[in-house]
Write a protein that binds this ligand. Structure first.
Ligand code: C5P
Length: 234
């Protein structure tokens, strides 16, 4: 079985990220580098993690004019990341430009193209957030609409909430990769994730990858926590 755990390196410095990555590498399938770590430590931390042989998911959620997003995706592809995120609300043309840029740049470098993942509606948004920004005030309908648009644009994967996996699996081609955060084992302290599934439930619902932060990162023994989650999937 391929290890579907993506550990979120949600720490503020390169030193902390490298220490954590070193501890848990054997028990996880990839590392996610997001806005906090990337803004503090820059592309060097991506290179350092890649140099350990680990796969990297660069979660910077690009959303801009198509030309700018295409160039940002080209820069990320040059870093040889395996996954990256863009906002599907940037529209069809922006998503097409992102996917094309990933394919073209990877080809010219002789790399595997990264999986360009579309983010639909952030899990922090609700019907009220959609209404205040002028969208149809129905999160489920908006997620499905953006997911279909992403597939039309040629994206091969999406980030979604665990509670959207089943609905998206019904409307999307089977080969679309679904990556889900909001994973909780039940053993950790309560935090801001409200709509969660366990790792096993999320995989059974049809997720391909699980983004897991605090249940691993904030555990007393991160390596043991990751191993326990992996074991729960067997
Ligand atoms: O600590 P926790 O397991 O909640 O971390 C989940 C990770 O996934 C964090 O890096 C968070 O930014 C990210 N994320 C999320 N919900 C989304 C998208 C990304 O929690 N909808």
């Amino acid at each position: 079985m391929r290890n579907p755990i993506i550990a979120a390196l949600d720490v503020p410095t390169a030193e902390a990220a490298l220490k954590l990555a070193g501890q848990i590498a054997p028990a996880v399938g990839a590392f996610k580098i997001g806005g906090e770590l990337f803004t503090a430590a820059g592309p060097d931390i991506v290179r350092q993690i890649r140099d350990t042989g680990a796969a990297v998911f660069l979660d910077l959620k690009f959303h801009d004019i198509p030309n700018t997003v295409a160039k940002a995706v080209a820069s990320a592809t040059r870093l040889d990341v395996q996954m990256l995120t863009i906002h599907t609300s940037g529209g069809l043309e922006m998503m097409r430009a992102a996917e094309k840029s990933a394919q073209d740049r990877a080809k010219s470098l002789g790399f595997q193209p990264p999986l360009v993942l579309g983010v639909t509606v952030l899990t922090s948004s609700n019907d009220g957030t959609l209404a205040e920004t002028g969208c149809e005030p129905d999160v489920v309908a908006q997620v499905e609409r953006l997911a279909r648009l992403a597939v039309k644009a040629g994206l091969r994967g999406l980030v979604c909430s665990p509670l959207e996996i089943v609905a998206l699996r019904k409307i999307l081609p089977a080969d679309v990769q679904l990556v889900t955060p909001g994973i909780r084992t039940g053993a950790e302290k309560a935090d801001d994730q409200k709509r969660t599934l366990t790792p096993r439930e999320a995989i059974q619902a049809g997720a391909n990858w699980l983004v897991i932060g605090r249940p691993i990162v904030a555990a007393e023994n991160p390596r043991a926590a990751a191993e326990k989650i992996l074991e729960s999937l067997k």
